[in-house]
Design a protein around this ligand. Structure first.
Ligand SMILES: [Ca+2]
Ligand SMILES: [Ca+2]
Length: 168
């Protein structure tokens, strides 16, 4: 029950965040949809990134036709990253710890959203409150992967996207 109560609270905070964002942007140009909203326009994670963190948001992001259901949960506000493969076989650790909304995280192989192969996914990182996500998977040499960060039931907000690669 504590989980449900926590989720509701986060949803309310998410709603307030959206209202604030709308208020701030009123009178200026229309709010910007994240540039990595679509599967075909992912934010690249270059092969030079072995241990890196970026700060992003999924505010006003949308779901696409054919989009997989990430982590077996209803989403609706996904953004995409493209992990560029290295020459080595790596274990890749990805997380959104500290996100200010209840995130979903999922990794896929394939270049067409209607025909991707699920590799790994996570809703809530074990032992962490707040609904942030974490996972790891084995990345094959010279192979690219798409990684989705979505919000549970369309939740939106800001998140750290952390990637760490360890050679196997
Ligand atoms: Ca999207
Ligand atoms: Ca979650």
């Amino acid at each position: 029950m504590g989980t449900l109560r926590g989720t509701g609270r986060r949803a309310l905070i998410g709603a307030l965040t959206v209202l604030l964002a709308v208020g701030v942007s009123a009178g200026s140009a229309a709010a910007q949809v994240p540039t990595n909203d679509d599967f075909n326009h992912p934010r690249p994670v270059p092969r030079s990134i072995v241990n890196g963190t970026g700060y992003y948001d999924n505010i006003d992001a949308t779901a696409q036709t054919c989009e997989p259901v990430h982590a077996q949960r209803r989403g609706g506000s996904s953004v995409w990253f493209k992990l560029i493969g290295r020459a080595t076989r790596d274990r890749v650790f990805v997380n959104t710890l500290g996100a200010d909304f209840d995130s979903l995280l999922a990794v896929y192989y394939g270049g067409q959203i209607c025909h991707v192969l699920p590799i790994a996914s996570n809703d809530n990182c074990p032992g962490i409150s707040g609904g942030s996500s974490c996972l790891s998977f084995v990345a094959l040499p010279n192979t690219n992967y798409r990684i989705a960060v979505d919000g549970l039931n369309g939740a939106e907000g800001q998140f750290h996207f952390k990637v760490r690669r360890v050679v196997l």
